[in-house]
Design a protein around this ligand. Structure first.
Ligand code: NAP
Ligand code: F7E
Length: 366
């Protein structure tokens, strides 16, 4: 049985990757930092049946900033594969917390690579580094038709992008210097119903569900013109695993050739909830109205402004397609539909529970 170590599974990618590896009969070790509230709802289903059918899903407490406990863990577990997904991954927040982002996203990668070497695992342990399209944040406006690939020049536009460039290069450097199996995965935005609420797609689908259920009045956004290649996180974790099954380490761009604006995603999400919108005004005054009630449902709010923005990139993932035979299964339309449906169901469940509690509590009133 192969042993995999995933750095943090409480959020989106981790949870899908853990599911995939358990299906493939790995012994999955995962790290979680101590927080003051339970935040395992994305993996509760895995925790509940972790003893079934001899599946091994083993929790370890750890924090990226705590070298001592992770060194001990790597020595004890001796993993065959390490998936380094942990990061402060929010671009806007990286402008507000640049030092923290640097420490988490780059220093942490260096530390893991050193711990693998110190445990004498450099010839046996495969290392996966989650890299990002944010490395190439600057569009070449002289070549608007340009497609970016693994060899394109890099120009990050945020402290997050800068930290991730270092992380990618240190992984490349350890591959060349110590012959370690280190692969970088340069990926575009991937989303799902398990996406953190602070990223634009989930913020939109949650707002749509709340508005539909009369729990929210309006959705505030910023740059509606930004274009992204949004895909389902499930498709991406399949590619992660495939990368580490290759004979040689390599770097891959993972993308889907399709870009949509934030505005497209807003419209599509409202359509999934049977609300049709019409736009009035443009730029900072842009507003969207429900065509039945003429209530304003979407507005621009400058508080989400970023000091530098990535507006648009086009990606060429030919290498991943030909070497890994990787092909995404979901379209952006299917992704959007799944997210809206899931948020509608979640909020309806909450409301039913609230009603249930209300009924129980009122029985005790005289
Ligand atoms: P995410 O939802 O932001 O999850 C962040 C995770 O990192 C959380 O589980 C968090 O733990 C953990 N973490 C952060 N700092 C920590 C610390 N000091 N100690 C312990 N745990 C810490 O990330 P994601 O969207 O799944 O992305 C996965 C990886 O792919 C990241 O490296 C990201 O940069 C990269 N990536 C993602 C995308 C995308 O579109 N999703 C695109 C390109 C690259 P808590 O639960 O305790 O907060
Ligand atoms: O923003 C615009 C915003 O925060 C997408 C991370 O996973 O993908 C992600 O980074 C776009 C940006 O993702 C709001 O300005 C408008 O242009 O969902 P996002 P991101 O910045 O693309 C990359 C590849 C990663 O590596 C990162 O880890 O949407 N936008 N209004 C907004 N964005 C947010 N968050 N909130 C708004 O209200």
């Amino acid at each position: 049985m192969k042993k995999a170590l995933i750095t943090w599974v409480t959020w989106q990618d981790w949870s899908y990757l853990a599911e995939l590896l358990l299906e493939k009969w790995y012994e999955v070790h995962w790290l979680k930092r101590r927080v003051s509230i339970f935040n395992t709802d994305r993996i509760d289903h895995l925790l509940q049946d972790r003893h079934e059918k001899d599946r091994k899903f083993i929790l370890h407490y750890g924090d990226m900033t705590d070298s001592l406990n992770i060194t001990t863990l790597i020595n004890d577990i001796k993993p065959d594969e390490i998936y380094n997904l942990a990061a402060q991954s929010h671009v806007h927040i990286s402008f507000l917390m640049p030092e923290y982002t640097w420490n988490n996203d780059w220093l942490w990668t260096l530390r893991i690579l050193e711990w693998v070497r110190n445990a004498w695992l450099e010839k046996t342990c495969k290392f996966y580094q989650a890299s990002t399209s944010e490395l190439f944040g600057w569009m070449d406006y002289n070549r608007p038709e340009a497609w970016y690939n693994e060899n394109s020049p890099m120009h990050p536009r945020s402290p997050y992008g800068c930290a991730k460039i270092y992380a990618m290069w240190i992984a490349r450097n350890y591959k060349e210097s110590y012959w370690m199996f280190c692969s970088n995965w340069i990926l575009f935005n991937h989303e799902s119903p398990r996406r953190w609420e602070n990223f634009v797609t989930r913020k939109i689908t949650m707002a749509v569900a709340r508005i539909k259920l009369w729990l929210q009045e309006k959705l505030y956004l910023w740059n509606l013109d930004a274009k992204r290649d949004w895909w389902h996180a499930k498709d991406y974790v399949e590619a992660m695993w495939l990368m580490l099954q290759q004979d040689k380490p390599d770097d891959f761009v993972i993308a889907t050739w399709v870009s949509n604006t934030v505005r497209d995603f807003v419209n599509r999400s409202f359509e999934e909830a049977w609300i049709k919108l019409e736009r009035k005004w443009t730029g900072i005054d842009e507003k969207w109205y429900d065509i039945e009630t003429w209530k304003c449902l979407v507005e621009v709010d400058p508080q989400y402004f970023r000091p530098a923005e990535v507006n648009y990139l086009l990606w060429d993932a030919t290498k991943a397609k030909t070497v890994l035979w990787w092909q995404p299964k979901y379209t952006v339309r299917e992704l959007c539909k799944e997210m809206v449906k899931s948020d509608l169901e979640n909020f309806k469940k909450d409301e039913i529970l609230k009603q249930h509690w209300y009924e129980i509590l009122t029985q005790y009133e005289d």
